[in-house]
Design a protein around this ligand. Structure first.
Ligand SMILES: [Zn+2]
Length: 407
């Protein structure tokens, strides 16, 4: 992290402490003053503010939980996100520049006509991304959610070049266009897309990029923070926006995880309207510090693994059901898979139970390959690989079962 970010962290912590009583109370409860936070490294001392906690604080001290740092008259919008959480947006917002950086990386610019299919009412996504698209010179069609038939008409009539929304909604639109007899490559002018708010599986990416010839980019963001990380043309993890400080922390302690180890995404923005300092997103990811082929500096997120609450900690490492799904996907011979965590002799033990779809599969070779895959994907070693009879693991069973007792 550079010196510039240290100075910005120092400034925003002092500013929030002096102007947002909710943040001041949070600091006081931890025995901290702004002098204790001189830069990015010191942020670790500030308690993480989870979304649930913010909902609770807003309920106790409505409407903004004491986190509004400007007079109400300066606000441009107040949104209501699921939670429920009120979110004030003011005139100074760095998130517009942050999201503009994302759109530039995704190839959006002057001359583009873009359909923005995020909602424009109550939640911030629609207006927020609209402002960023305008900032990079695009012409926006504020299409919002739904209205599939009209959206297909718009794509064709306006020869729309850019799409912003979820990957699944774009698939719905393209299928609808084909139903109407349109050829997506010939009759539409769609070139690039920005996807967020939903996982983007590799199979869907292949369809969009190979069948339809689109350049697709996924970004990570939340309603509270806007877009904070994005893919570059190298498609190798998600670069972290310059508009924020992003940490990966152990949700139990709030302390930073080393590169490669999974933890909660915790973000500090520099908003002077509604400063969120160490906001806990509840999303699970890990960071890599390997340089990216595109030449952009700084660490990257290794995808979004899922929600923190679904993960189970095994010998200090978070293992998420989605990681096990990724392991299973590598082995066509595996019909069903389940990880069981136990704790004999006060040591966590991870057993992988495996149901084979092909009874003649080479168990010895499979066992070794599975062990390697678990180590690579979950960064934890499986102590046992146990092949079980078909039907042992119920269809709707959890992927990770925690059978530890702590007596
Ligand atoms: Zn890159």
């Amino acid at each position: 992290m550079n010196r510039d970010k240290d100075a910005r962290v120092r400034e925003i912590v002092r500013y929030a402490y002096e102007n947002a009583p909710g943040f001041r109370r949070l600091m006081e409860s931890a025995g901290l003053t702004p002098d204790d936070v001189q830069g990015v490294d010191d942020l670790e001392r500030v308690p993480v503010l989870s979304k649930d906690k913010l909902v609770e604080l807003q309920r106790q001290d409505p409407p903004f939980g004491g986190f509004l740092a400007v007079p109400l008259s300066q606000l441009k919008h107040i949104f209501l996100s699921p939670g429920p959480l009120y979110e004030p947006h003011g005139p100074d917002e760095g998130w517009v520049e942050g999201a503009a950086e994302v759109f530039r990386a995704a190839g959006f610019g002057p001359g583009d006509v873009v359909v923005n299919t995020f909602a424009y009412h109550l939640v911030p996504a629609g207006l927020h991304l609209d402002a960023a698209l305008q900032a990079v010179g695009c012409t926006v069609v504020p299409a919002g959610v739904g209205n599939t038939d009209l959206q297909v008409m718009i794509l064709r009539d306006l020869q729309v070049t850019g799409y912003v929304g979820t990957p699944s909604f774009l698939m719905t639109l393209l299928k609808k266009a084909e139903e109407k007899g349109l050829n997506v490559r010939e009759d539409l002018a769609l070139k690039h897309t920005l996807f967020t708010a939903e996982p983007y599986p590799p199979s869907l990416r292949r369809t969009f990029e190979e069948e339809y010839g689109l350049r697709t980019t996924q970004a990570y963001g939340t309603a509270d923070l806007g877009l904070v990380a994005y893919e570059c043309e190298a498609v190798s993890g998600l670069h972290i926006s310059d508009a924020v400080v992003l940490e990966i922390v152990d949700p139990a302690t709030g302390k930073r995880q080393p590169p490669g180890e999974a933890g909660e995404i915790v973000v500090t923005n520099f908003s002077r309207t509604y400063p969120l300092i160490r906001f806990g997103t509840g999303d699970l990811s890990a960071i890599t510090e390997e340089p990216c082929a595109c030449g952009r500096p700084g660490p990257r997120l290794l995808g979004i693994m899922g929600r923190v609450g679904d993960a189970v900690k095994v010998r200090g490492m978070f293992v998420h059901p989605n990681q096990l799904r990724a392991v299973a996907a590598r082995f066509p011979a595996v019909a069903r898979l389940q990880a069981v965590v136990t704790r004999p002799e006060h040591r966590d033990e991870l057993t992988l139970r495996v149901e084979l779809g092909d009874p003649n599969a080479d168990r010895e070779a499979l066992s070794q390959a599975l062990a390697t895959a678990v180590r690579e994907v979950c960064r934890v070693r499986a102590d046992h690989i146990a092949f079980v009879e078909p039907g042992t693991i119920p269809e709707d069973a959890k992927l990770i079962v925690d059978e530890r007792t702590w007596e």
